[in-house]
Every structure is written in structure tokens, then in C-alpha cells.
Design a protein around this ligand. Structure first.
Ligand code: FIX
Ligand code: ZN
Length: 464
């Protein structure tokens, strides 16, 4: 960030470039990723072959792949062979112009590999990655991407992951923080919850389920609990599920609403943890692509269910992002009316420049700075470079328009408005209405939600 001194006066002409520079340089907090630390071995994804086999790119590859390359054939190949095919199909035979392709190019450029990119020299790129020392490389990427830390997605009931946390927790770089992922609770998948409880030696009851959440919250010390909900998620659940005959219910176990009300919410209240929800992924829409995690589509979510949930549990802080563009305006209105709901990021199919621009403008117009502009959802370490570079550019440009375009012309020159737009949402603002048990929640949310607004200097914005 430029050190221009606290007395600098910004005019309508200079506020734009200064804002772009600040957004470009600010150290961000990435509130949702799928990154894992080097200590988690092969679960930590990094390097060119992981970048090229990212599910966004594999899905795109199948749009143009030769007919004889079936999904079965492709997924039976080694990672290296898959990566060769994607490189050939999307980067050699075609111009890499989609957002996901451009992302690979930006990433490689940021790592100083322009020549190899220009020569389409995949072997040279692989050789560069092979020379990196992993711990240093991790630090280097976070520094280059200007990400202070990223929140991981930690799933306790996936055995390959759990083994890195117990009996002994492996070391985790301070660049990564934890999130306790509990999709099976929001799905009402009592059978899989029982399996997890059995493994932990816990009772297959609601009390057992609460104990399970407490136990894993104790292991991870997470920033929040989180889940992606099924595309048809409703709260409260439709009457049919709630009014099942006792015998059928005994067999089916607890439903999603019961698990939320009687396990997830009480434990989150007890531990002062926010609940982060991701609404609108249509799981397994194209099962052929499931092996690479690319089989999911998008569905319009029921925003009224989210509103009902927030209203029922006013002491819990909810964080939300939605996948469908069609839901975005309705959700923004609900966020404006709901004190314990905080909107974050442009997720997956909305994480494209044209949509980020549209969403950032709309959200700023309706919410001021009371939202978090972006999260990366990175699965592969080096994606931090392109996801944040691309987003910073678009978000910066969108904010400049909000800040300098008529009829807002006098707003940026008024210090309180400028501060509100550019500086961190204060922890008081994020605090729920009560004190005591909520203090940690407010602090956690404050940390989480600093997002791109963090260190932007509001002192620079002075009335001329
Ligand atoms: O549910 C999620 O956390 C999603 O982000 C993922 O399921 C998805 O595969 C993804 O990586 C999107 O960017
Ligand atoms: Zn995700």
C-alpha cells in the first residue's frame, strides 16, 4: 500500500486510483477454501498437475474432448496423463480463454513461468514445481497472493482426513485455520452420522451427536461450523418428514431440522461458533464427473428457509453464500433485514468476473460494507494467486464505480461514509445483540469478516 500519509486529501479524481491500489495490495483473509497443510500428505493439493486437473477444467475439457475419451477412460488414467490431456485440449489446441484457463495462465505468470507458458512447455513447468521445497513454497504463495490466512474445510467423518487429527494432531501452518464441516447433519443423513458415532464409541442418539460435535470442535478449534445444504433444503422441513409414523421415524432417525435444532445450534451457541451455510449446489447432477468433484450443478435455493432459520435462532451468527445468480438479489435483501446473517463471497459458478462485478456493485449499493466481498474456494494451493488477483481487480473497479459515480459524488469525501465503505466492519457491528457467551462469536466473526476491507486506510479519505 502506498504510504501517502494520513493528511492526504483524496478528490473525486484521485480516489479511484487510490482505491484500486488499496484493494490490490490489502492483505486478505480467505474465509473458505479446501486447502490443507503439507503435514496432510497427499490430501494437500499443489503443483501444475493438480492445477490442470481442477474440476472446473476437467468439466470444461469434456466439452471438447475427442469422443473416444470417455469419462471412465479418463478417470482410470494417472494424474499426469489426465493433466496431459487437459493441457493438450484446452491450452495447446485451443486458446485458454475461460476464467479457469486464464487462472492457470495468471498463476504461472505470477510464478515467473511466462517463457514456459509462451512455449507451451509443460515439461519445463513440471520441472520448476519439482524443485520447490514445500514448506517454503506454501509461505511464498500466501505472501505473493497477499492472503494473511485461509480457512480450510475439515471433515471429521472422512477417515483419510481424521487420521491427521487424532490421536495426535499434525502440525498446521499458521496460514491455515480450521472449519468443522458437517454436511451430513444439514442433509439429515442419520445413517452416516450413526456410522461416525459408532467409530468414536459414542451413543447413537441426539446426545451422542452433540458430543460428537463438541469433541471435533475441541480438536479443530474451528472458526465456524459449516455445511453445503442439499439443493432442495428447507427449514423447517416439509410436514411429511416431521409427521412420519413413529416406527418409520425410528428407522429413519432424526431429520435435518431436528439435527439442526437439537444438536448443531445448541452446540454452536454453547461454544459461540458461527454457522456458515452454502446454498444451491445440486449434488451429482452429472455423476460422470463426480470422480473429480465436477458433477454438481446449480439450483435456485429457498432463501425464505434461511430467513426462518436466522429468525428462530437470533443468538447464532449465520454466514451465507449462494450458488445461483437468481438468488442473489433476494438474499441481499434478506441480509439487510437480518442482523445475525452475514453474506460472503461469490461462490463457484458466480466466481466469474462478470458476475463478481455485478454482485459487488449490488451488494455495496444495498449493504455498504456490511458483507465480505470474496472467498476463493481454492482446492489447489497456487490457485490463491489467480483467484485473488482476478477478484481484486474486479472488486476494486466495482467499488470505484460505487464510490465515485454520480449521484454519489459527495459521499466519498465525507470521512464516515468512506470509512464505512473501506474499513473493516467493526466487531461491534457484527456482535449479536447479547453479550457474554456471544463475545467469542463476535470476535471470530470479526476476524473472519475482515475480508478485503481490513487494512484499507480510511485516514486517507479526508474532506478537502
Ligand atoms: O461445497 C463446497 O464447499 C463447494 O465449494 C465444493 O463442493 C465445490 O466442489 C467447489 O470446489 C467449488 O468451488
Ligand atoms: Zn467449497
Amino acid at each position: 500500500m502506498r504510504n501517502t500519509g494520513s493528511q492526504e486529501v483524496l478528490t473525486p479524481e484521485t480516489v479511484g486510483p487510490a482505491l484500486l491500489e488499496d484493494v490490490r495490495d490489502v492483505e486478505v483473509i480467505d474465509v473458505h477454501t479446501h486447502l490443507l497443510p503439507p503435514s496432510h500428505g497427499k490430501l494437500m493439493l499443489w503443483g501444475i498437475d493438480e492445477l490442470l486437473t481442477y474440476h472446473y477444467l476437467v468439466s470444461e475439457y469434456f466439452m471438447v474432448a475427442p469422443a473416444e475419451i470417455t469419462h471412465e477412460l479418463f478417470f482410470a488414467k494417472t494424474k499426469l496423463e489426465q493433466s496431459d490431456l487437459v493441457w493438450q485440449g484446452l491450452f495447446v489446441e485451443r486458446s485458454p480463454i475461460s476464467e479457469a484457463c486464464q487462472g492457470v495462465i495468471t498463476t504461472l505468470q505470477r510464478l515467473g513461468l511466462e517463457r514456459q507458458v509462451a512455449d507451451r512447455d509443460l515439461r519445463g513447468i513440471r520441472a520448476w514445481f519439482a524443485q520447490q521445497s514445500l514448506d517454503e513454497h506454501v509461505e511464498n504463495i500466501f505472501r505473493l497472493a497477499k492472503v494473511r490466512y485461509a480457512v480450510m474445510t475439515n471433515i471429521p467423518y472422512v477417515e483419510e482426513e481424521a487420521q491427521h487429527w487424532q490421536p495426535e494432531a499434525k502440525p498446521v501452518t499458521s496460514r491455515l485455520r480450521k472449519a468443522l464441516r458437517i454436511d451430513n447433519f444439514l442433509k439429515g443423513d442419520w445413517a452416516s452420522i450413526c456410522e461416525a458415532l459408532k467409530k468414536e464409541g459414542l451413543d447413537e442418539t441426539m446426545d451422542g451427536a452433540k458430543e460428537y460435535l463438541r469433541k471435533w470442535a475441541g480438536i479443530y478449534k474451528p472458526e465456524y461450523m459449516m455445511a453445503s445444504t442439499p439443493h432442495d433444503w428447507r427449514y423447517p422441513e416439509p410436514a411429511a418428514a416431521a409427521s412420519m409414523k413413529p416406527l418409520v421415524k425410528a428407522y429413519a432417525g432424526f431429520g435435518a431440522s431436528e439435527l439442526l435444532e437439537e444438536a448443531v445450534v445448541p452446540v454452536c451457541e454453547e461454544l459461540s461458533l458461527p454457522i456458515a451455510l452454502k446454498l444451491g449446489a445440486w449434488r451429482g447432477m452429472s455423476p460422470d464427473l463426480d470422480p473429480c468433484c465436477g458433477g454438481d450443478g446449480v439450483a435456485s435455493a429457498d432463501v425464505a428457509s434461511l430467513q426462518a432459520l436466522c429468525a428462530k435462532f437470533p443468538k447464532v451468527k449465520f454466514l451465507v453464500t449462494v450458488l445461483s445468480r437468481a438468488n442473489q438479489h433476494e438474499l441481499t435483501v434478506v441480509c439487510q433485514k437480518t442482523r445475525n446473517l452475514h453474506l460472503y463471497g461469490c461462490w463457484w459458478y458466480c466466481n466469474n468476473p462478470s458476475i463478481i462485478e455485478e454482485l459487488t456493485k449490488m451488494r455495496t449499493e444495498m449493504l455498504g460494507t456490511a458483507y465480505t466481498a470474496q472467498h476463493s474456494d481454492c482446492r489447489v494451493l497456487e490457485q490463491l494467486l489467480y483467484k485473488w488477483d482476478h477478484s481484486r481487480q474486479i472488486i476494486g473497479e466495482a467499488l470505484v464505480i460505487c464510490l465515485t459515480g454520480p449521484p454519489w459524488i459527495c459521499f466519498p469525501l465525507s470521512p464516515p461514509c468512506a470509512c464505512a465503505l473501506l474499513s473493516a466492519p467493526s466487531e461491534e457491528r457484527l456482535a449479536p445483540h447479547s453479550r457474554g457467551a456471544q463475545t467469542r462469536l463476535a470476535a471470530a466473526a470479526g476476524r473472519l469478516l475482515r475480508g478485503i476491507h481490513g487494512p484499507v486506510s480510511c485516514k486517507r479519505l479526508r474532506r478537502p
